[in-house]
Design a binder for this molecule. Structure first.
Ligand SMILES: [Zn+2]
Length: 82
């Protein structure tokens, strides 16, 4: 008797749009290009390096700025974020 278990992948998408973006991204890329969600803007991007967490240097900068702002003002009022 042989039981075949198909591995299933569960994606936790923030929205349907993100899921669609991901599907299109899969169609456009191959296995050698790991897909990531940008840690800042949550857009799907192709990571040239496995350690990449952001779609662009701008997102990386902005993310770090927000992080340091929160650290400096743990209970401060909301900053004007755009
Ligand atoms: Zn980004």
């Amino acid at each position: 008797m042989r039981i075949t278990i198909k591995p299933t992948i569960v994606w936790d998408f923030h929205s349907l749009l993100l899921g669609i973006q991901m599907m299109f991204s899969f169609m456009l890329t191959d296995d050698t290009k790991p897909l990531r969600l940008c840690k800042h803007c949550t857009k799907v991007f192709v990571a040239s390096r496995p350690s990449n967490q952001f779609c662009s240097p701008e997102c990386k900068n902005r993310y770090n700025v927000y992080k340091s702002r929160k650290k400096n003002k743990p209970d401060g009022e909301a900053q004007n974020e755009d």
